[in-house]
Design a binder for this molecule. Structure first.
Ligand code: URA
Length: 441
């Protein structure tokens, strides 16, 4: 480290140059060991976000991240091992639908998930709304549960990609999340370390996502696919709309209730249901099932209750109350105050989607600071989507709050967050691109 000239490396990045794999490994390895200052890494990240990283740098970053910790060996599992990952969104509860669907289809999912980040929710926080459910499983518990019921959803331990944890926390507070190379290396390092042979990514695009430009999102998807394939993992991606909330629920218990309602077949044709089916079908395609057959199979497994049964087994296996599956809204925590916003007649023109996630956070569903305790009951229920026609009596959003004052503050802001206007508006396409899927296997 004595010979590591950190300011020289930062200056090269600032001036648009490239760092070699060895330089990145030495610099970030020293950061993980506490030998390089956080301010230096922050300057490097900002230089890279503004100047751009090369593909070689993205590949090298991924390697450095994977090598910073342990990796999981899933080779003892029977059946194809599958992982999925979303780049993060609002009302994005697809894991809780896709994982039981795929397990019901015979795949094996050892899903290591995260907590909420910025305006986006996290699967672990949501799951903790189910009374009794544990997410702190040991590696042995995960392995045993996956071999008996096909799925486990647990917190990644501190030893899995520790450098990503450190970098991510720094990126979160230095406005350096939105970079293709940084997102691709962060996502793919966790997928490579997680050990699955098949990796399906849901790359979100729109105001509620980290990348808002469709061509950038597609380029990110392509980069992730190239990194995965270079490591021998069959990798594919869907680029999906995040200009508006995906499911109606935004907030932990509310999102669980909505996900269970999808699994119960009570939300047919809704966007969360459609994306979950598209993702589960695409993941089966990766395992070698022909496209039409894959999508037909997942539709059947949702319709015949197989995915719901799998979800029930999963909740019970992780110590949760399985009756949540029968009566989600009475088993899950409920906020004491609800208030509904009914806009004037018009059409929904669009959303300030990120703000919607922030408002749920402000109600208590997200963290304002690292380590904050969440209020799992609060959040929003969004009943409309872009293009919907409202007749002046249609509820658009229900606020679930801890106090009247909280509910009123959010209600007052909603008209600037859900845009309703007189002109008709078109719905936004849900699945905007398929990447890495349509090739001979
Ligand atoms: N999700 C991740 O895991 N990493 C990122 O960098 C962005 C979204």
């Amino acid at each position: 480290v004595a010979t590591l000239e950190v300011p020289v490396l930062i200056a090269r990045k600032r001036d648009g140059g490239e760092l070699t794999a060895d330089e990145l490994a030495a610099f970030l390895g020293a950061y993980l060991d506490g030998e390089v200052e956080e301010s230096q890494v922050a300057a490097f990240l900002m230089a890279g976000v503004i100047r751009g990283f090369t593909e070689a740098e993205a590949v090298a970053l991924t390697e450095v991240l994977v090598r910073s910790g342990e990796t999981v060996d899933l080779s003892a599992l029977r059946g194809p091992t599958v992982d999925k990952h979303s780049t993060g969104g609002v009302g994005d509860t697809t894991t809780l639908i896709v994982a039981p669907l795929l397990a019901a289809a015979g795949a094996q999912l050892a899903k290591l998930s995260g907590r909420g980040l910025g305006h986006t929710g996290g699967t672990l926080d949501k799951l903790e709304a189910i009374p009794g459910l544990r997410v702190d499983l040991s590696a042995d518990e995960v392995a045993a549960q996956v071999s008996s019921i096909g799925l486990a959803v647990a917190a990644a331990t501190a030893d899995l990609v520790p450098l990503d944890k450190k970098l991510y926390a720094l990126r979160d507070v230095t406005a350096t999340v939105a970079s293709q190379a940084l997102i691709a290396s962060s996502v793919m390092s966790k997928k490579l370390a997680g050990g699955a042979d098949h990796v399906l990514l849901d790359v979100k695009v729109g105001d509620g996502a980290f990348l808002t430009d469709p061509s950038e999102a597609t380029a990110l998807a392509e980069l992730c696919v190239r990194i995965g394939e270079a490591h021998g993992r069959r990798t594919g991606a869907l680029v999906t709309d995040m200009s508006q909330p995906l499911g109606d629920g935004v907030g932990n218990a509310i999102e669980i209730a909505v996900a269970i309602e999808v699994l119960r077949g009570e939300r047919q044709g809704e966007r969360l249901t459609e994306v979950s089916l598209a993702l589960a079908g695409a993941a089966l395609e990766l395992t070698g099932v022909p496209r039409d057959e894959a999508h037909g199979r997942v539709e059947e497994l949702l319709a015949d209750g197989s995915a719901l049964d799998r979800f029930r087994s999963f909740v019970a296996a992780q110590g949760g109350d399985p009756s949540v599956v029968d009566e989600p809204r009475s088993v899950l925590p409920e906020a004491p105050v609800t208030a509904t916003w009914v806009p004037d007649e018009g059409s929904v023109q669009g959303f300030a989607c990120r703000r919607l996630g922030e408002l749920a956070g402000r109600l208590g569903a997200g963290r304002m600071r690292q380590g904050d305790t969440l209020d799992l009951a609060v959040g929003l229920e969004v009943h409309v989507r872009t293009g919907d026609r409202l007749d002046g009596s249609s509820p658009a959003v229900t606020v679930h709050a801890r106090t009247d004052a909280d509910a009123e503050a959010v209600l007052a802001e909603l008209p600037t967050v859900v845009h309703v206007g007189p002109e008709p508006a078109d719905p936004v396409e849900l699945v905007q691109a398929r990447v890495g899927l349509d090739r001979a296997t």
